[in-house]
Design a protein around this ligand. Structure first.
Ligand SMILES: C[S@@+](CC[C@H](N)C(=O)[O-])C[C@H]1O[C@@H](n2cnc3c(N)ncnc32)[C@H](O)[C@@H]1O
Length: 217
């Protein structure tokens, strides 16, 4: 069994740790810019907003929204992704951003909780128990706090190639996810078009995304 945390241990090339250093492709930078534009047109962040991005990866989406936020926590379970996020924070001398190891469904609340907004892009489909993921988002939020999540519409399996490698859902049915979000205790649940994303195998094939927004009462 491979221990990815051992220095020098060989990483699974499909793991997020192994892909972190080359994650920021032109396609992903463009996608983060489009996601930020979609979020800006759908959501008004409150003045002084303290936000957490779950599954932030290298921080592409959260950092693209930083002008709207007073503080930002970039949270992920991949140390490789966190190292890239911390490199950006250091290089840009971002005093109001920090990166933390945090598992949405398994870890106790992080320092700084509760937050005014919880953001994620392409993370929900990596969480096996969607209801537990939504409950995880809710406990991170202060009353009135915003959930802002982009993910894949139901797809045929060609986006990732197959279930596995931490992929638990081949996208989501919007109406079903909206019902689950309400059942998790959120209000003002809306699911809009969220643009498209290129596939992992063939970057030129666009897959539709949705933008889920909701509020903790
Ligand atoms: C497809 S990547 C998306 C990264 C980034 N949001 C982006 O759009 O560039 C999914 C990320 O979610 C992280 N992740 C998966 N399960 C998680 C969990 N339970 N809690 C926090 N992060 C998780 C992975 O480590 C990975 O960095």
């Amino acid at each position: 069994m491979t221990d990815e945390t051992e220095p020098g241990a060989s990483l699974d090339p499909k793991s997020f740790d192994a892909r972190a250093a080359t994650w920021d492709t032109p396609e992903r930078l463009a996608r983060a810019s489009a996601a930020s534009a979609a979020i800006r047109s759908a959501v008004r962040f409150p003045a002084g907003c303290r936000a957490i991005e779950i599954g932030a990866g290298t921080g592409l989406v959260g950092l693209a929204l930083l002008d709207q936020l007073a503080e930002l926590v970039l949270a992920d379970t991949s140390e490789g992704m966190l190292a890239e996020a911390r490199r950006k924070i250091d290089e840009r001398d971002l005093r109001n951003v920090r990166a933390i190891h945090f598992d949405l469904v398994a870890d106790p609340l992080p320092e700084g909780a509760p937050f005014d907004a919880a953001i994620s892009q392409l993370v929900l489909h990596h969480i096996e128990d969607t209801a537990a993921g939504l409950a995880g988002f809710k406990r991170l939020l202060a009353p009135g706090g915003l959930l802002v999540a982009l993910d894949l519409d139901t797809e045929d399996g060609s986006f990732h190639g197959a279930i596995g490698q931490g992929v638990h859902h081949l996208g989501f049915d919007r109406a079903r996810l909206a019902r689950l979000t309400e059942a998790a205790g959120f209000v003002d649940v809306q699911v809009r078009d969220g643009g498209t994303v290129g596939g992992a195998e063939e970057e030129d094939v666009p897959y539709p995304l949705f933008l889920l927004t909701a509020r903790r009462p």
